[in-house]
Ligand binder design. Structure first.
Ligand code: ADP
Ligand code: F6P
Ligand code: MG
Length: 323
């Protein structure tokens, strides 16, 4: 069993709301357990630049409620190379840092996996709005991103109803339809287009026509970016039924900003503390998750090589309820 004494924390890949709450939890839990805790600025790039500094209780004050990440994030090409990874491990070792908590998505987890093979004890925390990390029901930031989308759809509904129009809302999620699905169910979207489920544009158009015919005054279609551009969906709908004048809204990076929801703050706090306790217990090369309310550890290799199941039951429910 490896007893870690000095640990570091970094945020990497696309940022997400709640990363700050996770950093705070790692730092405060580490200090509580008598560890020295360091922050790495700008993800793996900062690691390779040796941009590493000690963190104390006050360095994470007043951040639990902030979006973004005080440690900043980066994408780092050099870290994909074996030389880059070795350099990163050497830099940590030279400072006596024997544990690293990486907050990010699957790419960042891969980096942590490489470092663990070079003797650094690593823990991954799922920080991404996409909810595309497996072996956790939720990723940090997902709930906040969903709330941003629902808030936007609420507003769009007002104006679409006044004009009896259809609204095409393009949301994030490169390979994962979870934001579209959860925001779609919560906002009563009529159609949810996700990369995991094939669809027929004629059926989408027929459904819209039928719904307007039986008295609906608006139509909300949520498109995960992994499916294609909202503009293209609107064009295809225009060709099939121009009456309902589709209007496109691309929510973009708005979905990655703003204060994290209580759910994300609490998830981040629990997972951050769990990552530290797991390192202290001698665990390494693990992704931390929450499954049915229980904190879990899974080998990073397994996390990054397993595709998360899409929740078809909820998808079908959303369709049934939005007639
Ligand atoms: P995310 O963590 O959100 O999936 P990326 O896929 O962009 O974001 O990964 C973030 C960073 O993690 C990359 O810029 C790179 O530095 C590092 N990384 C990604 N994949 C690997 C890999 N296979 N080996 C080593 N480092 C990696
Ligand atoms: O992975 C998170 C995510 O926000 C995706 O939903 C989106 O496709 C991508 O990152 C955007 O990346 P960038 O911030 O580099 O434009
Ligand atoms: Mg990724």
């Amino acid at each position: 069993m490896t007893a870690v004494k000095k640990i570091a924390v970094l945020t990497s890949g696309g940022d997400s709301q709640g990363m700050n709450a996770a950093v705070r939890a790692v730092v405060r839990s580490g200090l509580f357990h008598g560890l020295e805790v360091y922050g790495v600025q700008r993800g793996y790039q900062g690691l390779l630049n040796n941009d590493i500094f000690p963190m104390d209780l006050r360095s994470v004050g007043d951040i639990i409620q902030r979006g973004g990440t005080v440690l900043q994030s980066a994408r780092c090409k050099e870290f994909y190379t074996a030389e880059g990874q070795q350099k990163g491990a050497d830099i940590l070792r030279a400072r006596g840092i024997d544990g690293l908590v990486v907050i990010g998505g699957d790419g960042s987890y891969n980096g942590a996996n490489k470092l663990s093979k070079l003797g650094i004890n690593t823990m991954g925390l799922p920080g991404t709005i996409d909810n595309d990390v497996s072996f956790t029901d939720y990723t940090i930031g997902f709930d906040t991103a969903v709330s941003v989308v629902v808030d936007a759809v609420n507003k769009l509904r007002d104006t679409m109803s006044s004009h009896e129009r259809s609204s095409i809302v393009e949301v994030m999620g490169r390979h994962c339809g979870d934001i579209a699905l959860h925001a779609g169910l919560a906002s009563g979207a009529e159609t949810i287009l996700v990369p995991e489920v094939p669809f027929d544009m004629d059926e989408v158009a027929d459904r819209m026509k039928a719904n307007f015919a039986h008295g609906k005054r608006h139509s909300i279609i949520i498109v995960a970016e992994g499916v294609g551009k909202g503009e293209d969906v609107a064009k295809e709908l225009m060709e099939r039924c121009p009456t309902y004048e589709p209007r496109v809204t691309v929510l973009g990076h708005i979905q990655r900003g703003g204060t994290p929801t209580p759910f994300d703050r609490n998830l981040a706090s629990r997972l951050g503390d769990f990552a530290v306790r797991s390192l202290i217990a001698g665990e390494t090369d693990k992704g931390c998750g929450i499954i049915k309310g229980e904190l879990t550890l899974t080998d990073i290799d397994k996390v990054v090589n397993t595709k998360k199941d899409f929740d078809m039951v909820t998808y079908e429910l959303a369709q049934r309820l939005s007639q």
